[in-house]
Design a protein around this ligand. Structure first.
Ligand code: ANZ
Length: 868
């Protein structure tokens, strides 16, 4: 019998047994279904502690749910396309595919070593044509339905590399490869019409309230950015090219009388035309050109310097008839509202800055409160002034009334604007899903016929340092026949944004081998929505918004039955970061200020953190997110090698509530390891006594008290996992229960039976958290089946009943003592017991009891006075 705990000896054995017995394979049986899934990883090569945490949370909940008798789907896959594979190809001369597949193999092995219970039958990598072919099909159907379209959009362009860059390849406005400035260039690119669902995506958030974290819901609300306002038409003083008016979007129709100029975005169709024929035409053209080439991100930042140029033309104020100069301004964005703004310097700070720079008039139309600062725009509500017939109207009412007046005169209408943009899905990269269209000189953009799918990404490409997609240089990929006219044509060489693959993988897991479409609609509907989705909150907007969009599209295009719920995930848990102290030396080398050391290169000597090698002390920095750049990483493999998977899992689960931050500390890891060793020792020390079953009748009070703790713990742990998703307190409850078990000294057979019940319950409660130890000890105690497939314990109501209660004794309004009495005790019995209690007797000495009142089980009140 092995009485010392060595994780290595047992973990692989149980991992094998689980696999042999298909414990984690989900059957397509909609009854009692529970779909629990963690965000799929990018196969970077090695898992990090953030992964360990994410998957430990998911696995604990999945195992728990399975033991509660539910049919659990808990899958894992790989988000396998993306830029790093191409970079690795350049750096190490490896094919992106080989690099990716090797990484997947390594990471899968690491996950298996941690004992995560996935249904590996359902695993897939998104770079597999059997996966992305369905994505190509859905895209073509979206194209047909008008949900996908092509238009010119700005892309990052590096003049010196002559290539388009992805946003990730632009570092501080410079090309990542050659460090020359990146400009913006117009290119025809593909978009998905996310804006079609803007209102629905917003409304759906209300349904998710309380089930998705508020910060995610708020981030999505802001991203959709709905504004109610008005579109106001300003007639041009002199029409240009047949255009007679310019429309602006405003949320402040009440400030219409305060407009002193209009501002257009540089990309506005009127921007260049207006200036034509004026004396400033050339300067305006040069300025517009300059703005268009600035990096977009730089222009939208609020604190950029406000600048612009006068077009030389005027518009007519729709109500006052005044002439209003038309400017072009760098802070007006073409892709919001109408790309034109009515400027009200008195009540908008950006307009005020602009007006001050160019000495434009400022006209107050809302009376500011007395305490308002005079050097800033007053942006709050108030009473309208200088507004003709509207003077004296409160601004909120004014918004409606001015809009109504404009509507009557056909000079405006109330409208809603969204910040949400259509999703730009074209990427000028190699390692992604080919966009399945063909460009023909005669027929234009021609979709690849469905029967020709998949458009397989060719693997025989040469990836060079020169930039540009290698697909463009691949003759047999590019040169095709037009499906319509059979003439020579060119295949699209852009690939999808990798967020496309991650928008529907959750659907694919439900029927991963289905060949006739992305999902088998009936089975997919039975599994959906996801019951619990777990991942990092860095995905609060993009991924989670795209997945919500794609889910709706799948329903609306008939890939899922129309009755499928429109939100794909009922509950979302966003886990916090894993952090560690930073260790560094101040370098003498002038080029690098600091050298960061891995925690494993250091140790504590007499309370001082030193380098293991030469004993040199290191500086200790703050506790921050584990990251490669600061070397403050703990390698999961090292952790598992030293303590085992169970300790690693328990530590990340116990150290903080799932959404909180885990601060790494070695003592915490040791503590978890000790907890497991104590359970282990308890089982081996008491093995013989725990093995023999006995009756539980006639339990001693101590045994009854232990039973109460056992069943209270079942309640606590169950509630903590199922309702609160607080796995840390669930572990804490188990630790307390172990203490009670260790403190209990069985005297009789019946006592041992309670201890036996205790350890059996504890191992089942532990099974989702430290599954290997739980299996091993369960087997050691004669368990025949796997603990992973046993039933979750249910609290016994009878055991929870307390047979004694503690009753405070109050004398003349002050509690003087507490006594234990039987629950059904009568007032006389309680009084008699109270009088025997020394601290009560002391206060009754020489006193006479005037009144006694017993509230059964709650309190005994005595009113006394000096005896005469
Ligand atoms: C006049 C006005 C007066 C405005 C005032 C504000 C305050 P939200 O709330 O974010 O929707 N705006 C409209 N389109 C714009 C664009 N393409 N680029 C930059 N700014 C734009 O913001 C709506 C307000 O942002 C609009 O209301 C408009 O300025 C400006 F005292 O119109 B407002």
């Amino acid at each position: 019998m092995e009485d010392a705990y060595h994780a290595d000896d047992i973990e692989k054995k149980w991992q094998r047994r689980w696999a042999e017995q298909n414990v984690f394979s989900a059957e397509n049986d909609r009854d009692r279904k529970a779909y629990i899934v963690e965000m799929l990883p990018y196969p970077s090569g090695r898992i990090h502690m953030g992964h360990v945490r994410n998957y430990s949370i998911g696995d604990a909940i999945a195992r728990f749910t399975r033991m509660r008798g539910q049919n659990v789907l808990h899958p894992m896959g790989w988000d396998a396309f993306g830029m790093p594979a191409e970079n690795a190809a350049i750096a190490h001369h490896r094919h992106p595919r080989d690099w990716t597949l090797q990484n997947i193999a390594q990471m899968r092995a690491q996950m298996q070593r941690l004992g995560f219970g996935y249904d590996w039958e359902r695993e897939f990598a998104t770079c597999d044509p059997e996966y992305y072919r369905h994505e190509q099909e859905m895209f073509l159907r979206m194209l047909e339905a008008g949900l996908a379209y092509r238009k010119n959009a700005l892309a990052n362009w590096c003049e010196s590399c002559q290539t388009v860059l992805a946003n990730e390849q632009v570092e501080d406005g410079l090309c990542w490869r050659c460090s020359s400035p990146v400009s913006q260039r117009e290119l025809a690119q593909w978009f998905l019409r996310t804006t079609h669902y803007a209102q629905e995506l917003l409304d759906g958030l209300d349904e998710l309230a309380g089930r998705w974290p508020d910060k995610v819901l708020n981030a999505q609300r802001n991203w959709i950015g709905r504004s109610i306002g008005a579109e106001v038409k300003f007639k041009l003083q002199n029409p240009v090219d047949g255009i007679t008016e310019v429309a602006v979007f405003t949320t402040r129709a009440d400030t219409l009388y305060g407009v002193t100029f209009l501002s257009l975005a540089a990309e506005h169709p009127l921007a260049l035309r207006l200036a034509q024929g004026t004396e400033t035409a050339e300067r305006v053209a040069a300025y517009v050109h300059k703005l268009q080439h600035e990096h977009k991100a730089q222009r939208s930042v609020d604190d950029t310097h406000k600048e612009g140029i006068f077009t030389g033309r005027y518009a007519v104020h729709p109500l006052s008839g005044d002439l209003i100069p038309i400017w072009i301004a760098n802070f007006v964005l073409m892709d919001y509202g109408t790309g034109a703004v009515m400027a009200v310097p008195a009540h908008d700070q950006r307009d005020l800055d602009f007006a001050r720079t160019y000495d434009l008039p400022i006209r107050q139309v809302i009376a500011p409160p007395a305490h308002a600062r005079s050097d800033e725009a007053y942006t709050g509500p108030g009473i309208m002034i200088n507004s003709a017939g509207f003077d004296g109207t409160p601004s909120e009412t004014g918004k409606t009334r001015i809009t109504e007046l404009l509507e009557m005169r056909e000079l405006g209408r109330s409208t809603v604007s969204y910040r949400l943009r259509d999703w730009l899905i074209s990427r000028q990269r190699y390692w992604g899903t080919p966009i399945p269209v063909i460009h023909c000189d005669r027929d234009g953009v021609v979709p690849v016929p469905l029967g020709d799918l998949p458009v397989t990404l060719p693997l025989d490409v040469t990836i060079t340092q020169q930039g540009g997609s290698p697909l463009a240089l691949h003759p047999s990929f590019v040169q095709v026949q037009c499906p319509k006219c059979q003439q020579p044509a060119r295949r699209e060489t852009d690939t999808f944004d990798t967020f496309v693959e991650s928008s529907w993988y959750l659907h694919r897991y439900t029927t991963p081998h289905y060949a006739d479409g992305p999902v088998d609609p009936i089975i997919a509907k039975a599994w959906l929505p996801v019951d619990l989705y777990i991942g990092g909150d860095e995905h609060a907007v993009m991924h989670l918004m795209y997945a919500r969009f794609w889910h709706r599209v799948m329903i609306d295009l008939g890939y899922l039955p129309a009755s499928t719920p429109r939100e794909f995930a009922k509950r979302l848990l966003t886990q916090g970061m894993v952090c560690h102290e930073v260790y560094f030396s101040n370098d003498t080398d002038v080029h690098r200020a600091k050298t960061y050391h891995y925690p494993s290169e250091t140790e504590l000597r007499d309370g001082v953190r030193v380098l293991k090698d030469d004993g040199r002390p290191v500086e200790v920095g703050p506790v921050i997110k584990m990251s490669k750049s600061k070397n403050n990483l703990i390698d999961p493999d090292e952790l598992v090698a030293k303590y085992g998977a169970d300790t690693a899992r328990l530590f990340v689960l116990f150290a903080a509530p799932p959404e909180g931050q885990v601060d790494w500390n070695d003592a915490g890891v040791e503590g978890m390891h000790r907890f497991l060793k104590r359970i282990w020792r308890y089982v081996y020390t008491n093995h013989d006594n725990l093995m023999h079953s006995r009756s539980q009748e006639e339990t001693t009070p101590a045994a009854a008290a232990l039973r109460r703790i056992i069943h209270q713990t079942i309640m606590r742990v169950t509630h903590d996992i199922a309702e609160r998703l607080q796995l840390n307190t669930a572990v804490a409850a188990q630790m307390e229960m172990l203490n009670a078990l260790l403190a209990f000294k069985p005297q009789t057979d019946a006592d041992w039976a309670v201890a036996q019940e205790g350890i059996d319950v504890l191992l089942r409660l532990l099974a989702p958290f430290a599954p290997h130890v739980a299996e091993e000890l369960h087997a050691v105690l004669g368990g025949k089946n796997l603990i992973a497939t046993r039933q979750w314990p249910v609290a016994d109501e009878a055991a929870l009943q307390q047979d004694h209660v503690e009753v405070p004794i109050q004398i003349n309004g002050k509690v003087r003592a507490r006594i234990r009495v039987a629950i059904g005790a009568t007032e006389n019995e309680v009084r008699a017991a109270a009088l025997k209690e020394p601290r009560v007797a002391e206060h009754l000495h020489d006193k006479q009891i005037l009144k006694a009142l017993y509230v059964p089980g709650r309190i005994l009140t005595l009113v006394v006075r000096e005896a005469r």
